[in-house]
Design a protein around this ligand. Structure first.
Ligand code: NAD
Ligand code: TYD
Length: 351
């Protein structure tokens, strides 16, 4: 094998699409997927490539510094694509410490292990930190996040991701560690854990449960199909400049309530329900504390410099996503049993 690449968080939503893309597209790379298999990690996401000769799975926790040092010593990685994180804002409000430990200390452990492993020479090495647009805080009615927008994180999740971004840059500046960072907008698509807006609502419509819209429903997000994010990660990893940041987005803003109505209409159509059936499930509930009003990415840097742009329209991506969830009931049933039921009951108890 030409190169050994570590992908962290590869059993999660975005990570599993990145692992699949790299395993299939680069047979000359050995891909090591490191994941702690938290509630969000699911090896069922990778059944189609689990026996590929260039793929290895390692169950380990990035908060375990000794384990990270050993892993880097064992595999001598050429590159790291770091996605492992606690990723759900609502969970960060109820349990911030898990976010601080994994997202900040876990990232620091990986950086330390990379620094030690690469101390002879940084030639051909790269640490790619995958981050979020939420580090920039909330926009008003106008404007976009640029790579130069000052950080202003507002939730424990976004503050922990902002911290990890700063630490990565500090290691680049202080120790010369070769790095690249991308900050992406909201992803949607197959294999997303049904606690985030789109899969949660598809799953609820499937079982005629209420669709809990926070506050006035006029919060705005910029949505990107996960496979397009994986393609962007491939481009940034291979073509991005050292020490640069790339914003990734869908050029695709939606107010939550408008998106929910579009989703309801598409699910009704695919299930064969009377039009308007799913809309009746929409229920306004109490708002998320500190809820960011609007995110919108200016993704022109990656478009102009690396030639990346989304490959599907939102309508196409959403239709494919709904089709996938409706066809994969077994996957949904597996991930929504057990602990998730308890989380759901406590998160929406007083709604
Ligand atoms: P996810 O929650 O679906 O997956 C996270 C994965 O990390 C899981 O497989 C989990 O088991 C693993 N993990 C968690 N803690 C770990 C630990 N301590 N050690 C090892 N593995 C651990 O998340 P996602 O939505 O796929 O997001 C992946 C990355 O992309 C995150 O860094 C997130 O901040 C970033 N991101 C996500 C979005 C989005 O819309 N989902 C947007 C932009 C950026
Ligand atoms: P989410 O998918 O949690 O992503 P993020 O908070 O990282 O943007 O939420 C997307 C939007 O949907 C956000 O404005 C919060 C809102 N939302 C609801 O209205 N109801 C819900 O049950 C959830 C989970 C989210």
């Amino acid at each position: 094998m030409d190169k050994t690449v570590l992908i962290t968080g590869g059993a999660g939503f975005i990570g599993s699409h990145v692992v699949r893309l790299f395993v299939n597209k680069y047979p000359e790379y050995r891909i090591v997927n490191l994941d702690a298999l938290t509630y969000a990690g699911n090896l069922e996401n990778l059944q189609d490539i689990e026996n590929a000769p260039n793929y290895t799975f390692v169950k380990a926790d990035i908060t375990d510094a000794a384990a990270m040092n050993k892993l880097f010593a064992d595999y001598a990685f050429d590159g790291v694509i770091h996605l492992a994180a606690e990723s759900h804002v609502d969970r960060s409000i109820t349990n911030p410490n898990a976010f601080l430990l994994t997202n900040i200390m876990g990232t620091a452990n990986l950086l330390n292990a990379a620094r030690e492993s690469w101390k002879g020479s940084y030639e051909g090495k790269r640490f790619y930190h995958v981050s979020t647009d939420e580090v920039y805080g909330s926009l008003g009615e106008t404007g976009f996040f640029l790579e130069t927008t000052p950080y202003d994180p507002q939730s424990p999740y976004s503050a922990s991701k902002a911290s990890s971004d700063h630490i990565v840059r500090a290691y680049g500046n202080t120790y010369g560690l070769p790095f690249v960072i991308s900050n992406c907008s909201n992803n949607y698509g197959p294999n997303q854990f049904p606690e985030k807006l789109i899969p949660l609502f598809i799953n609820n419509i499937r079982s005629s449960k209420p669709l809990p819209v926070y506050g006035d429903g006029k919060y705005t997000r910029d949505w990107l199909y996960v496979i397009d994010h994986a393609r962007a990660i491939d481009d940034v990893y291979h073509k991005g400049c050292n020490a640069e940041t790339y914003n990734i987005g869908g050029f695709n803003e939606w107010q939550n309530i408008e998106l929910v109505k579009l989703m309801c209409a598409e699910v009704d159509k695919q299930i064969g329900n009377e039009p308007g059936t799913a809309d009746k499930l929409i229920t306004y509930v109490k708002d998320r504390p500190g809820h960011d009003r609007r995110y919108a990415i200016d993704a022109n840097k990656i478009k102009n410099e690396l030639g990346w742009e989304p490959s599907v329209t939102f309508e196409q991506g959403l239709a494919k996503t709904i089709e996938w969830y409706l066809a994969n009931e077994e996957w949904l049933n597996h991930v929504t049993s057990g602990d998730y039921q308890k989380y759901y009951e406590s998160q929406y108890a007083n709604s």
